[in-house]
Design a protein around this ligand. Structure first.
Ligand code: GAR
Length: 193
């Protein structure tokens, strides 16, 4: 059984889908803890599933490094085999990446390397592309620069807003994430040492 810690910042709808998948006895991974960089609404999903959660509020620390130090300590306490960034809207500090890499994956609402960063959906719309996508990558310390382990195209429809397009991308992200974690858990996908 692969022990997974999930980090979020917001609503955690993808987290919820992952918790539902992981609740299946046949799924080879389980969520051991959910953390956030603020008092995130999505922590409620962890509570709904009886899973411990923690918050390390970025704003409570005087530096990124100090925040990263505490985040690493919280994660370490759960001894996760894998960390999933599921809508964590903050770059992980280098010390966290160094400690846990390559066992950190991130979901992103665009077809990387297209439209990296915090506004992947908005940037794709602004660029006027006819298709964008969803990606799951291994986190390497850059902004969405790590190796891509799964991705799929999603069409942009006429009249799409950021919200409608994001709503169409998220189910694809969820499916990719659930499959990537399953493949990591079964050894089908190796992240390296
Ligand atoms: C997801 O689309 C995730 O890929 C994105 O935030 C959303 C979180 O939604 N993350 C990024 O853009 C990271 N650069 P959720 O809180 O409803 O799961």
């Amino acid at each position: 059984m692969l022990n997974v810690a999930v980090l979020i910042s917001g609503a955690g709808s993808n987290l919820r889908a992952f918790l539902e998948a992981a609740a299946d006895a046949d799924y080879p991974a389980r969520v051991v803890a959910v953390g956030a960089d603020r008092d995130a609404e999505g922590l409620q999903h962890a509570a709904d599933f009886g899973i411990p959660s923690f918050s390390v509020p970025f704003r409570a620390f005087e530096s990124r490094e100090a925040w990263g130090e505490e985040l690493a300590a919280q994660l370490r306490a759960w001894n996760p085999d894998l960390i999933v960034l599921s809508g964590l809207m903050r770059l992980l500090p280098e010390r966290v990446v160094n400690e846990f890499a390559p066992r950190i994956v991130n979901t992103h609402p665009a077809y990387l390397p297209e439209f990296p960063g915090a506004h992947g959906v908005r940037d794709a719309l602004a660029a006027g592309v006819t298709e964008t996508g969803a990606s799951v990558i291994v986190v390497d310390g850059g902004v969405d620069t790590g190796p891509i382990v799964a991705q799929e195209r999603v069409p942009v429809e006429p009249g799409d807003t950021e919200a409608t397009l994001h709503d169409r991308i998220k189910p694809v992200e969820r499916r990719l994430l659930i499959d990537v974690v399953r493949r990591i858990a079964t050894g089908e996908l190796e992240l390296g040492q």
